[in-house]
Design a protein around this ligand. Structure first.
Ligand code: SAJ
Length: 415
């Protein structure tokens, strides 16, 4: 079986199929990735170097940038990125490129599965025309199966997370289920590719909208002088009909801030406005501004202003215990603080250097002397390995946007 795109979805998927006894061919156009894999170096946090090394050594995992190998493959799973353009419109150029490359070598009896999160209709509009010389469901099989990778999640992984599979025909669904059930604990067939595409968008829109709700709740609680974290913790004691989400400095990662906009974009082409998605996106993208305003207000309390103040950003990854900074709200907060003339440093053990806006920042060690010499420490990412007791003791002022500090003190402010 083959996998096109060896990122945070494709590489773990490849390892699962190797574990299931398949010989997996990985295709990626990034030679650095191929080189790292051949040397047994894992660039994906959730793929252990030992597993990768053994897969390569035993020749169960072969990698190439040549799509010509498709001629010898029975199946291909497409796990390429689906980002947004600067205009916030979907960018399916990677899917189009992979499909074009596959089309040149596709053969009878192949199974093509698109895994990249995308708007409903993509699989039918892009993959089916690429295999129009074959009878779909008889001579060739096409399906959509959304990835459900939660980076850094130590409990749920590619193997034990149920996999949704929707085929272009019932026969396609059956064939795709037959493949994935060899490597994934539970496969869930659905009635079409569009249904499977929509399932994924519901999952991530559900998160984006609920995160937007609690971010607005944090703003409302601030105006009412009510501790939002206590409100959510108490509401979470309700044993039914409630699921806690937590306010934060904004929405990061390459999924939650992006995927719902694929859905709202598609509905716009049908003259419909997906209001919940757009409102949630507006609130979530406003949070970095809200945090910077709050930093200014906290400094005001001690007669300091943002301009010239030394600010330490504690954590820049998009969420706890990951190294990924894509769409991280910390980047927006740093930009906004720079515009206000603050003197910036950051500390993040997962992100040794941060290249942004043409410059490169280096992570400073989280030490007493660093904390004592800043005017305020802003907790943006609540990595488990941070020494919060030391931050509480040494920092003169703290703005904690993640409710990471458990002790209370006059110098500690929360969202
Ligand atoms: N966040 C909050 N408050 C919350 C939860 C998250 O502010 O209550 C923030 C996080 O800090 C982060 C962003 O939202 O910046 C996204 O976090 P996330 O964990 O929801 O998103 P991802 O992209 O790491 O992973 C998610 C998966 N996460 C979970 O299910 C917990 C899942 O939705 C998808 O499998 C995955 O995106 C994907 O690939 O679509």
């Amino acid at each position: 079986m083959g996998i096109a795109g060896l990122g945070y979805v494709g590489l773990p998927l490849a390892m699962e199929f190797v574990r299931a006894g398949f010989v997996v061919t990985g295709i990626d156009l990034d030679q650095r990735k191929l080189e790292a894999i051949r040397q047994g170096k894992s660039y994906i946090q959730d793929v252990s170097p030992g597993v990768l090394r053994e897969a390569v050594r035993s020749k169960k995992f072969l990698v190439t940038s040549d799509y010509g190998v498709i001629a010898d493959l029975d199946t291909i799973s497409i796990c390429v990125p689906t980002p947004l353009r600067k205009t916030k419109d979907p960018d399916i150029s990677y899917v189009l490129e992979a499909t074009e490359n596959i089309k040149a070598h596709v053969h009878r009896d192949m199974l093509l599965v698109l895994e990249s999160t995308t708007y409903p209709g993509t699989t039918d509009e892009i993959l089916l025309p690429a295999v129009k010389n074959f009878v779909v469901g008889k001579e060739i099989f096409v399906a959509f199966s959304p990835e459900r990778v939660d980076p850094g999640n130590t409990k749920f992984n590619t193997h034990n997370t149920p996999k949704i599979i929707g085929g272009a025909t019932p026969g396609c669904t059956k064939v795709a289920c037959a493949l994935y059930s060899q490597a994934i604990e539970r496969v869930i067939p659905v009635s079409s590719t569009t249904c499977a595409e929509m399932v994924k968008l519901l999952e991530n829109t559900f998160r984006a909208v609920n995160i937007g709700l609690v971010n607005e709740l944090a703003i409302m609680c601030d105006k009412l002088n009510v501790p939002v974290w206590e409100v959510i913790e108490a509401a979470a004691t309700k044993p039914f009909g409630f699921m806690p989400f937590y306010p934060g400095p904004g929405l990061g990662g390459h999924c939650i801030p992006v995927d719902p906009l694929y859905l709202s974009w598609k509905l716009k082409t049908l003259n419909y406005t997906a209001r919940f998605i757009e409102l949630a996106s507006e609130i979530n993208t406003h949070m970095p501004d809200y945090v910077v305003t709050k930093i200014g207000k906290v400094l005001n309390r001690v007669n300091k202003c943002l301009k010239g103040s030394a600010v330490l950003i504690v954590g820049v990854a998009y969420k706890r215990d990951v190294e990924d900074v894509r769409e991280s709200p910390a980047l927006d907060i740093i930009r906004l603080l720079k515009e206000e003339g603050a003197r910036l440093q950051y500390t993040d053990p997962y992100v040794p250097t941060l290249a942004m806006d043409g410059g490169t920042l280096k992570s400073v060690p989280l030490e007493g002397k660093t904390l004592r010499n800043v005017d305020i420490a802003v907790i943006v990412t609540n990595h488990s390995k941070f020494n919060y007791r030391m931050i509480f003791k040494k920092a003169p002022l703290i703005l904690d946007t993640r409710n990471a500090i458990t002790q209370s003190g006059d110098h500690v402010y929360k969202l």
